[in-house]
Each structure stands twice: as C-alpha cells, then as structure tokens.
Write a protein that binds this ligand. Structure first.
Ligand code: SF4
Length: 370
C-alpha cells in the first residue's frame, strides 16, 4: 500500500522532473514552513517543499556555520552542487533567524528570484492583518512575475479546494493512526506524508484516496506496545521510523512542523485572502517559531498526549534548531507536572549511524514499560 509513496521519496529528482515536464509549470522551491502553497498553485507554479535532505555537507560550510541546523545547510548544499537546477525560484517564510539569513545568502549567491512571506511577531490580530496585507501583495506580485500568470479569484479558489482536500485526507490518516494504533507502520505513515512534499497536489490526493481505500476495514493492534507522541520541527531522517517499527514502538500522534502543525490547517479562506492567510499562519496548532500568546503549546501538548492515549513524548531535536531548543525545557517541565515521561533524541538529516538513537529509544521504552 505504501510502495508508491516510497517510490516518490526515494526518487525525488526523477519525480519532480517528470511532473515539471508533464504539467509545464515552473518549479518553486518552498522553504520551511507554512508558506501557503495555494498561492503558488494559483499562479501556475509547481510547489516542491524543501525540508532538508541527507546530502553529505561540504560546500555549504563556506557560508553557514557548523552549528546551523542541517535543514538549512542541506538545502543550501543541494543548490550549490547543482541538485536543484529545476527550481526556478524560492519561497521563504521568516520562520527563524537561520531562514531569514539563508534567504540573504541565496540573494547574494544565486540569480534565482526569492520571495519572502514575512510572519509578524505581534500580539493582536489587527496588527497581524495590517502587516500581512502588504506582505501578501508583494508575494503575489513576485509569484506572478516568476510564472508569468495572474492569480485570479477562480485559480485561487480551485487551489484552496485542492490543497484543502489534501490536508483533509492527511488529517484522516492521522485520525486512523490515533484510533487504530499499529494499523500502519511508522515508516510507511511518514513516507505517505513526505511524498506530498514533491508531488502536484492533484496527483498526491489520488494516491491518498487509494491508500484510504486500502486501509478501510483493517484493524489496529490491541497490544501493550509503547505508544508515543513525537514533537519536533522536521520528521526526518525517516530511517529512524524503521528503528521504531523494529522496537515495536507505535507513534500515535505528532507535533512536527511538517507533520500535524501543517496538516491540521483547514482550507485556506480566499474570500478575504489577508484574513485567510493570517488564520492559516497562526492556527490551529501552536508552533515554537510562531509568536501567538493566545495559543499556548504547553496545555496543547499535554492534551494531545492524553487524547492519543500515549505513554510518553519523544522530543525529536534537529540539532541546533534554536526555536525548538528554547521551548523544550518548559515543555518537559510541564509534562513532568502531568506525570508524562519524555525523552529527547538529537538528530541531523545527514546522519548515517543510528545506533546511539536506537539505544536511547530502547532505554526510554524500558522506562515506559517498567
Ligand atoms: S530546523 Fe529550526 S533553525 Fe532550522 S530552519 Fe527549521 S526552524 Fe529554523
């Protein structure tokens, strides 16, 4: 059932080149996170999400410090070695200082256009809207220049419908995993989510519909395997899910920026685009990179664990990600107050040895089982 998704994530360049040719749309590389890809679709572009890769890092060392996260370093590496030649432009958000600076590096080194959806850091909804109004206007104009096509009300409504359907199908997959633990292998689940980063949404939606049809009627496993919620920015390296599967760990929910924090978003409201994008960026799931005092991550994570019937939380720390590191001590403290055990694994996207992580997760499972 999951083979088509593995086929995509194991052959990313081939996949993107195939659909670029078939659809005749310019590829726009989307950097983490929360850029509303509906805007790219509506402008006639082909959005491909870049959440990092497992390239060995070399050339990027000349521009980014070794203590930058492997997400930023590996996407820069990809461009520097010519692995992203099909990408015609890049779309950034101002998610963190690293990405803000990365865009400056791209502007300095490459001739490809870069767009930035700058996310405001402000308390009130009115201030967010008034700031975003200008930003969205400039992003729309930038996209239209890249693709040579105008964004119309109709193209925007169609894009919102299709992407809304994608997230609805993904939300159903998350619900199934929560309600029938063990129904899907952890690795297969994340392969299915990851494939969506590289496919045109209509193609991806069809694959998800087929997957749902295959899962229909299948049962989960009613056993005592440890059940975890995982929290972090990026759910790679996907190899670690193979270890979790091997150890009999069942991931019942997650709090990843490229997992549930994105999947949970509803259909983009395009009637009032500024209002729609504001809501899209700030709700419903809280994120360590988004300042939203009305949406506290602490009770949110506790509630998520309880709702999923999880035994504990695994913090999946992409090394040197500052926003994630700054929040974690308080998150761990809050879980402790609630009697919810947690552990942290440090990961890098380019890592090739997983023995230490296996030992760490295995020890955590023993604590949970004990
Ligand atoms: S992993 Fe963290 S530091 Fe790196 S790009 Fe994402 S939010 Fe920024």
């Amino acid at each position: 059932m999951f083979e088509p998704f593995y086929e995509v994530i194991n052959n990313v360049s081939k996949t993107v080149l195939k659909y670029e040719k078939e659809q005749g749309r310019p590829v726009v590389g989307v950097m983490p996170a929360y850029f509303p890809m509906e805007l790219i679709d509506a402008a006639g572009g082909y959005a491909v999400q870049l959440w990092g890769n497992n390239l060995p890092l070399g050339k990027s060392d000349a521009y980014l410090q070794a203590y930058c996260c492997s997400v930023a370093r590996s996407v820069l590496e990809l461009e520097l070695i010519g692995g992203a030649d099909m990408v015609k432009a890049y779309a950034f958000t101002s998610l963190c200082d690293t990405l803000i600076n990365l865009r400056e590096i791209y502007k300095m080194l490459f001739s490809k256009p870069t767009l930035e959806l700058s996310i405001p850091i402000t308390r009130t909804k009115e201030a967010r809207r008034s700031y975003l109004k200008r930003v969205i206007q400039s992003v729309v104009e930038g996209l239209e220049k890249v693709t040579g096509q105008r964004i119309t009300d109709d193209s925007l409504a169609e894009a919102a419908r299709v992407r809304g359907r994608t997230r609805e199908l993904q939300q159903r997959l998350y619900r199934l995993r929560r309600e029938r633990p063990g129904l899907m292998k952890n690795r297969g689940f994340y392969a299915a989510i990851k494939a969506g980063f590289f496919l045109p949404p209509t193609v991806y939606n069809e694959m998800l519909e087929t997957l749902h049809a295959g899962l229909n009627g299948l049962k989960g496993q009613d056993n005592k395997d440890p059940r975890l919620v995982i929290s972090g920015l990026v759910f790679d390296p996907i190899e670690i899910y193979g270890i979790l599967d091997e150890l009999g760990v069942v991931v019942v929910d997650d709090d990843f920026a490229n997992g549930w924090r994105t999947v949970s978003k509803g259909e983009l409201q395009v009637g009032d685009l500024v209002e729609g994008v504001t809501e899209f960026l700030f709700d419903p799931a809280p994120c360590c990179c988004i300042y939203n005092p009305d949406n506290d991550r602490h009770p949110y994570l506790v509630e998520k664990v309880k709702r999923a019937g999880a035994d504990g939380v695994l913090f999946w720390y992409i090394k040197f990600c500052e926003p994630d590191a700054f929040d974690r001590p308080q998150m761990v403290g809050r879980l402790e107050e609630e009697g919810i055990p947690s552990a942290t694994v440090d990961v890098e996207l380019s890592m090739t040895s997983f023995d230490a992580i296996k030992t760490r997760i295995s020890a955590f499972c023993e604590i949970l089982e004990g």
